[in-house]
Design a protein around this ligand. Structure first.
Ligand SMILES: [Zn+2]
Length: 495
C-alpha cells in the first residue's frame, strides 16, 4: 500500500517518498511558552505523534522535532506583567506543556529544542545570510532581504505586496523594504539579550525554526508541519531564509492542520483565542475528560479540516470510546482473554475458522482492518481510520451474539472473538489509542456515596458493631476503594 500526502507547497496529494530510504525527519512548529497550554497547543503534537506512529508502523525510522519558542515579545510582556523573569515564565509554561503532552500520550517527540539554547547556531545562520547577500544589518538589527528569495510566496501563493500585511513587529524603521523581516533584533533596555556581531539582541521568530530544524534534521528534510495559520508569514519566511542560506530545498512536504475552533451555543463557531475568553487549559479539560478522550477527539477529524471544539463534542467522543471499552469487557467475560495483553491478532488465526459464520466474521474484520490502513494511507485520514475501528467493533459484537458466545461453549468462536479484540487494540495503538485499560474515575455521585458509607462504618464501629463495619469495608473494597483509619480520621483512595 502506498502513502499519499497533501503537500501545501504543490497544492496536491503526492506519493510519499522519503529523502533517505527508511528514514523520515519531521519538524513541527511548537509553542511560544507564555501561558498554560490549551487544546490548540496539543492538536499539532497529537496529530504528528499519530503520523509518526503510522510511519513507524510502516517501518520508517522517524525523527520528530517540536521547537520551544522561549524568547519572544509575548513572553517578555507576560514576565513584566507578573514581575518575574522571562526565563522563569518560559520554564514554568514549558513544564506545563510537556506534562500535558505526556498525559495525552504524545510520546513520539525526539527533541524539543529551545531557542535560547541555540543562539550560536542562529547567529551563524544569520551571518551566512549576510555573507550570501540575503540579509543586511542596519545598526544592531538584521533583516532578511525578501528579494533574495526569487520564489518568495511559493508556499502561501501570496505576492510581496500582500506580504506587507502579515509582517510581525514592524518596529524596524530602517529596513529597505516593508516586506523584509527581522532575523536578529536589537534588545531594548532590560530585555533578555545575547552578544552578537551586530550588538546585543535576540533572534527573530522565523530564523529560530530554520536554524533548529536544519541543525537536527539536515538542510533538507522530509516533512514540515504546523497550523494552517502559520503558512504566512512564518513558514514562507522559514523557506525564504533557509533556501537563501543553503541553496537547497528546505522541506519536501508541507503538512498543515486546520484551525481549532470553539463551538459555543451563543456564538456558533469562533476561532479560539484568549481575547474571546473561550479557552480552557488542558489541565482543566483533563478534570472532565480522559486523556484518551481528548486524543480520540482530535483524531476524529481529518487533520486538514478545522477542529470544532466543544464540551459536547468531547462528551460524544467519550461515549463512542465506551463502545470499545464495553466490547473489551464483553470479550474478556465471554472468552477470558485480556485484549490489552499480548495476543494473536485475527489475521494470524484466520485459518481456525470452521463454520461459514466464522469465515464471514474473519473476512469482515480483515476488510475493516484494511480500510483502516487505506484511510491512513490517504493523507493520514485518522477520521476514516477510527470509523474502521468502530466497524470492527460492531462486527465483533454481532459475532458474539450470533454465536451466543456468552452462554454457549464454542472454542473456535472464543478464539476468533478474542483475536478480533486483539486486532482492534493493536490497530488502535497505531493512533496511540488503547494503550492501557481505562482507569476508573470517581464521579461526584460516587464520592458522596463513599463518604456516606465511611460515616456509616464509623458509626458502626462506635457502637461496637464490628460485623457491620467489616461489611461496609468489604463493600467499599468491591467498589475499588481502600480505606485507612488514621488519628485524623478515615481516609480513602481508589485502589
Ligand atoms: Zn516555526
Amino acid at each position: 500500500m502506498t502513502l499519499r500526502v497533501y503537500n501545501t507547497l504543490t497544492r496536491r496529494k503526492e506519493l510519499f517518498e522519503s529523502l533517505a530510504p527508511g528514514k523520515v525527519g519531521i519538524y513541527l512548529c511548537g509553542p511560544t511558552v507564555y501561558k498554560p497550554s490549551h487544546i490548540g497547543h496539543a492538536v499539532g503534537p497529537i496529530i504528528f505523534d499519530a503520523i509518526k506512529r503510522y510511519l513507524a508502523y510502516k517501518d520508517y525510522k522517524v525523527c520528530l522535532v517540536i521547537n520551544i519558542t522561549d524568547v519572544d515579545d509575548k513572553i517578555i510582556a507576560e514576565a513584566s506583567e507578573q514581575g518575574r523573569s522571562m526565563a522563569e515564565i518560559a520554564a514554568e509554561v514549558e513544564a506545563d506543556y510537556l506534562k500535558c503532552l505526556k498525559t495525552l500520550g504524545v510520546t513520539g517527540v525526539d527533541a524539543f529544542p529551545r531557542a535560547t539554547e541555540n543562539i550560536e547556531k542562529i547567529i551563524a545562520l544569520v551571518q551566512k545570510l549576510i555573507d550570501n547577500g540575503a540579509a543586511y544589518a542596519v545598526g544592531p538589527d538584521v533583516y532578511f532581504d525578501h528579494t533574495a528569495a526569487t520564489d518568495y510566496g511559493k508556499l502561501s501563493g501570496r505576492r510581496v505586496e500582500d506580504a506587507l500585511h502579515g509582517t510581525r513587529n514592524l518596529t524596524g524603521e530602517n529596513k529597505r523594504h516593508p516586506a523584509d523581516f527581522a532575523v536578529w533584533k536589537a534588545a531594548k533596555e532590560g530585555e533578555p539579550a545575547w552578544d552578537s556581531p551586530w550588538g546585543r539582541g535576540r533572534p527573530g521568530w522565523h530564523i529560530e525554526c530554520s536554524a533548529m530544524s536544519m541543525d537536527l534534521l539536515g538542510e533538507t528534510f522530509d516533512i514540515h508541519g504546523g497550523g494552517v495559520d502559520l503558512i504566512f508569514p512564518h513558514h514562507e519566511n522559514e523557506i525564504a531564509q533557509s533556501e537563501a542560506a543553503t541553496g537547497k530545498t528546505f522541506a519536501k512536504y508541507w503538512l498543515h492542520n486546520g484551525l481549532t475552533r470553539v463551538k459555543t451555543k451563543a456564538a456558533g463557531s469562533e476561532k479560539m483565542s484568549k481575547s474571546l475568553g473561550n479557552i480552557r487549559t488542558i489541565t482543566e479539560l483533563l478534570e472532565d475528560f480522559s486523556p484518551e478522550t481528548i486524543r480520540a477527539f482530535v483524531l476524529s477529524t481529518h487533520y486538514r479540516r478545522p477542529l470544532e471544539f466543544s464540551d459536547e463534542q468531547l462528551a460524544a467522543t467519550a461515549k463512542s470510546l465506551e463502545t470499545f471499552y464495553r466490547l473489551f469487557d464483553r470479550i474478556e467475560r465471554a472468552t477470558g482473554a485480556d485484549v490489552y495483553a499480548d495476543g494473536k491478532p485475527i489475521r494470524k488465526l484466520a485459518g481456525q475458522a470452521q463454520t461459514d459464520a466464522d469465515t464471514a466474521f474473519v473476512n469482515e474484520a480483515l476488510a475493516h482492518r484494511l480500510k483502516f490502513h487505506e484511510a491512513m494511507d490517504d493523507d493520514f485520514n485518522t477520521a476514516g481510520a477510527i470509523a474502521a475501528l468502530h466497524a470492527i467493533a460492531a462486527a465483533v459484537n454481532r459475532y458474539i451474539e450470533q454465536t451466543q458466545l456468552e452462554t454457549q461453549d464454542n472454542e473456535t468462536a472464543k478464539t476468533l472473538a478474542a483475536a478480533a479484540g486483539v486486532t482492534l487494540v493493536q490497530t488502535g495503538r497505531i493512533l496511540g489509542l488503547f494503550e492501557a485499560k481505562p482507569q476508573a474515575k470517581i464521579t461526584e455521585t460516587d464520592e458522596s456515596q463513599i463518604e456516606s458509607l465511611i460515616e456509616q462504618r464509623n458509626a458502626a464501629r462506635k457502637s461496637k458493631d464490628f460485623a457491620r463495619a467489616d461489611e461496609i469495608r468489604n463493600q467499599l473494597s468491591e467498589m475499588g476503594i481502600t480505606i485507612e483509619d488514621t488519628p485524623g480520621g478515615t481516609i480513602w483512595r481508589l485502589a
